[in-house]
Design a protein around this ligand. Structure first.
Ligand code: F6R
Length: 565
């Protein structure tokens, strides 16, 4: 789960640096760039893309770059891409995981490896083929056939004005404009000069030379390129927002209008199936848990839900009578993709709820409902979570007036903003926090806890409110923050919150009506309490991170799409 990019253009390194900034959400442990002139020149840094761009001595018309989320090998300069072969004739950047790198490495005894990564093997395999007199394109094709796993990589050769891009189970897009050609892991990272793009399929290779782009399979049989006009709407942080996360939270009252009712109507046909299994990870799983309860409540439909990384160990049957609802913002989460592929093999149908329409999950699905909420750059899910919940509610047959929902969400933000900013300063000094709720509210509590911990690094536990007295209450002390979420039917949650208050907890109630014992009340919409509560939780997590001087867009150790198992 890294970002790769490369350009053939005047001032190619500058294009690479700008693109890496847009790809940084995919991983930001370290970054590097390589250019090809009479020799390969490389610069690497552990200090972010701005640092990489400073005093960049590498000039030229050919450059590739990488922003890393470490998988094999710790965060260090030597494990930072690009990598070269022994003779520094080629440089590569790679996104994905090479599963057979160790066995390949054992066979390459005469090669000197400089890193602990799986990726470096690619540079050596290509270098060996170049040594045998192959062109860069031939060398990449031959090397690719030896690799197992998921990989999108770019390769350049010393003194050559060309870039070769290879794709297998990791996203790679090639783009073309006036006097510029290049590659990117993500469509949004292309500069405005790129006018059309083509997504590479698995086992495809794109050759980019001067004014020439060609597509091949791994046997170098030519393929037809399916160009798409480049969308002009690109994501930039506006003047008024300091971070993508807050921008994305504020976008929610608007993006809900993008829900596609036709897709929901068509998807409902699939829900007639005998068995429905929802599959997701993280925040998407929380949305799925809420969805499963909505479907049970309103459609009287029994729905199983499982964490995609746990399903192999759970008593869930998947067969030809099963519809899998795969929920994933990115559509690239490896845990989800793995189970989806397996389920397809057993004859199950795949209905995905997905934000990225160009993702691998989209390709694997029989039908998709799109979140249509625009790219989410902040690493914590915000607007995508809200859209997923909305889609589940609509799928369950709830009639929602989007205009009223939008107004209520705006009111939530405006009405609570200054209060949340104040509480966040208090919260920022805490070590632990507890979020409680019952039924679907348990999952709203779990989401609140996840948001707080990942954005602000405060340990937070989300739990069913009834569970509090079975153990966690032992942790409550004077002024422990306890956030209770619910609606006008949540009497038992309020009882459990009161029990914690009796033991010293400070109660933040997120609810449409205040209870007398709430220390702080964050008012939610009476018509849409759950979605309104989610927005409050997001704001709380965001401002607590800001109060702790943490960049909420890029929590440490995380990346936006988790493409490793
Ligand atoms: C939390 C968060 C993650 C993702 C999870 C699944 O804020 O963003 O927990 O929800 O990694 O990602 P997707 O939805 O892309 O499959």
């Amino acid at each position: 789960m890294c970002g790769i990019t490369g350009y053939l253009a005047k001032n190619a390194p500058q294009f690479v640096i700008s693109a890496l900034k847009m790809l940084e959400y995919r991983g930001y442990d370290s970054a590097g760039i390589a250019t090809s002139n009479s020799k390969i020149t490389i610069k690497k840094t552990l200090d972010g893309i701005d640092e990489l761009g400073k005093n960049l001595k590498t000039k030229g018309n050919v450059a590739i770059g990488h922003t890393r989320w470490a998988t094999h090998g710790k965060v260090s300069l030597k494990n930072t891409h690009p990598f070269t072969d022994c003779k520094k004739r080629v440089a590569i950047v790679h996104n994905g995981i090479i599963t057979n790198w160790e066995s390949l490495k054992k066979k390459m005894k005469n090669h000197k490896f400089s890193s602990e990564t799986d990726s470096e093997i690619i540079a050596h395999l290509i270098g060996e083929q170049i040594e045998h007199g192959n062109t860069l394109l031939d060398a990449c094709a031959k090397a690719s056939k030896k690799l197992k796993g998921s990989f999108a990589f770019l390769a350049i050769e010393k003194g050559k004005k060309e870039i070769v891009g290879v794709c297998n189970e990791s996203p790679l897009i090639v783009g073309e404009g006036d006097k510029i050609e290049g590659f990117s892991s993500d469509i949004n990272a292309f500069p405005i000069q790129i006018e059309k793009i083509a997504r590479l399929k698995d086992k495809e290779i794109a050759y980019v030379g001067r004014d020439k782009i060609e597509l091949f399979d791994f046997n170098l049989k030519k393929q037809k390129i399916k160009w798409e006009e480049m969308e002009k709407k690109r994501i930039r942080l506006g003047e008024i927002f300091e971070h993508h996360t807050i921008k994305e939270i504020f976008e929610q009252p608007k993006v809900i209008f993008n829900v596609n009712m036709n897709e929901i109507k068509n998807a409902k046909k699939l829900l007639k199936s005998k068995r429905i299994v929802i599959l997701a990870c993280g925040s998407s799983k929380h949305a799925g848990e809420i969805g499963a309860r909505e479907m049970f409540e309103k459609l009287k439909k029994e729905v199983k839900i499982e964490d995609a990384s746990e399903i192999d160990y759970s008593p869930v049957r998947i067969d030809k009578n099963t519809v899998i609802i795969a929920v994933s913002q990115s559509g690239e989460t490896a845990d989800v993709l793995r189970v989806v592929k397996k389920a397809k093999g057993k004859g199950a149908k795949i209905l995905s709820i997905i934000n990225n329409p160009y993702s691998t999950l989209e390709k694997l699905s029989d039908y998709s409902i799109h979140l249509n909420c625009g790219q989410e750059i902040g690493v914590g899910a915000t607007k995508s979570f809200l859209m997923q919940v909305l889609i589940f509610k609509l799928l369950s047959g709830e009639r929602i007036d989007l205009k009223i929902l939008s107004r209520e969400l705006s009111k939530t933000i405006k009405g609570n903003l200054s209060r949340i900013k104040r509480i966040s300063k208090w919260m920022a000094k805490k070590r632990d926090a507890y979020f409680i709720g019952k039924g679907k509210w348990k999952w709203a509590a779990m989401e609140g806890a996840l948001k707080l911990k990942e954005l602000s690094y405060i340990h937070a536990e989300g739990l069913g409110s009834g569970e509090l007295k079975h153990g966690p209450l032992a942790l409550i002390e004077k002024n422990s923050p306890l956030i209770a979420v619910g609606d006008n039917d949540s009497a038992s949650t309020w009882n459990n919150a009161y029990e914690a208050k009796t033991r010293g907890a400070k109660i933040i109630g997120i609810a449409p009506r205040a209870q007398s014992f709430f220390d702080i009340w964050l008012k939610t919409s009476a018509r849409f309490p759950l979605m309104s509560a989610a927005v409050n939780e997001q704001l709380l997590a965001y401002y607590t991170a800001v109060a702790n001087k943490i960049n909420p867009d890029r929590p440490k150790n995380l990346a936006k799409s988790v493409t490793v198992l």
